[in-house]
Design a protein around this ligand. Sequence first.
Ligand SMILES: Cc1cc2nc3c(=O)[nH]c(=O)nc-3n(C[C@H](O)[C@H](O)[C@H](O)COP(=O)(O)OP(=O)(O)OC[C@H]3O[C@@H](n4cnc5c(N)ncnc54)[C@H](O)[C@@H]3O)c2cc1C
Length: 297
Amino acid sequence: MDTTDIAIIGQGPAGLSAAIYTARAGMKTMVLGCAPKVAGDYDIDNYFGFPESITGKELIELGCRHAKKFGAVLRCEKVLGIHQNSEGDFDIKTDKSRVSCKSVILATGVSRVRPGIENISEYEGKGISYCVSCDGFFYKNKKVIVLGEGVFAANQALELKNYTPHVSICYQGKKEKISEEYKALLQKEDISVLPGKVVRLKGKNYIEQAEFDNNEIISVDGIFVAMGEASSLDFAYTLGITTKGVFIEADDKQHTNIPGVFACGDCVGRFLQISVAVGEGAIAGHSAISFVKDKSR
Ligand SMILES: Cc1cc2nc3c(=O)[nH]c(=O)nc-3n(C[C@H](O)[C@H](O)[C@H](O)COP(=O)(O)OP(=O)(O)OC[C@H]3O[C@@H](n4cnc5c(N)ncnc54)[C@H](O)[C@@H]3O)c2cc1C
C-alpha cells in the first residue's frame, strides 16, 4: 500500500489546482485520475489570462506540469472505492493499486451515468442500491445484479460475493470496459454476465423482477447500480458525506461533513466553469493542508 498526506481524486482543473497548493506547501500529494472531458481540442475562451484562447488539452497539460513541478505525483488510475479506517485515515482502492492518506479531496466532476430504467425511482431504497459497502449486508444469500460496464461494476460485484453467492453483472447495453485482470476475477468468482439491458422493474413493495429489452423477465432481489466510473456520489455513500441531489455538500472552505474530506469543482455543483473549479480547488487544498497539519500535531 502506498501512502501520501493528501490524495486528490480527479485530474481536472479543480484537482490540479488543489494539487499545486498542497504540493507547494510541502504536503505529499497524489492525484488519482485521468484526463478530464474538457482536455480535448475545445477552445477555452473565458479563462483568465488567455485572451487568444487556449484549448482544453493545452490547459490541462499545463496544469499537470505545474502540479508536477512542485512534486505532486499524478497517476492515471480509476478510484473504485474509499473507506475510512480505524485510525481515521482513508484507504483508497484503484483499478491498479491501493493508497492510504490522511486527507482526501474529491474533485471528480459530474459523471454519474444513469442506467436508463424507466421506473427506477420507484424502487430506490426498495431493492435499488448505489453502494455495496452500505447495503450489501441486506442481501445475504439473495439474488443480485450489478449494472455497469467497467471495472467499478466488476469491483462492486466482487464485493457482493462477500454477502451472497448469487451475483451477476449486466453491462446495461454499454460496451464492456473491464480489464483482463478483473475479467479473470469475475470468472474465478463465478459471476455470470447477463446480456441485454434492464428496462423495467416489477414488484409490489420491493423489486421482485427485472424486465430486459428482449422481453425476458428474471426474478431478482436487488440491483446495484455501478455505471461508468465511481463518482463523487458513490464515495459520498460509503463515507457518509451529505449530498444535495447529485452534488456533494461543501461549505465555503470546501469542507464536507466528514473531517478530512474536502470537495471542489463541478462535483459541488455551483457555477460549472473552469475558473470556479480552479478557485475551489485552491481553497480545498488550503483546507486540507490545515487539516493534515492539525492532525500531525
Ligand atoms: C467539452 C467541454 C467544453 C467546456 N468548455 C468550457 C469553457 O469554455 N469554459 C469553462 O469555464 N468551462 C468549460 N467547460 C466546463 C469545465 O470543463 C468544467 O466546469 C471543469 O472542467 C470542472 O472541473 P473539475 O475539475 O471540477 O471536473 P472535471 O474537469 O470534470 O474533472 C474531473 C476529473 O475527475 C476524474 N474522475 C471522476 N471519477 C473518477 C474516479 N472514480 N477515479 C479517478 N478519477 C475520476 C475524471 O476522469 C476527471 O479527470 C467545458 C466542459 C466540457 C465537457
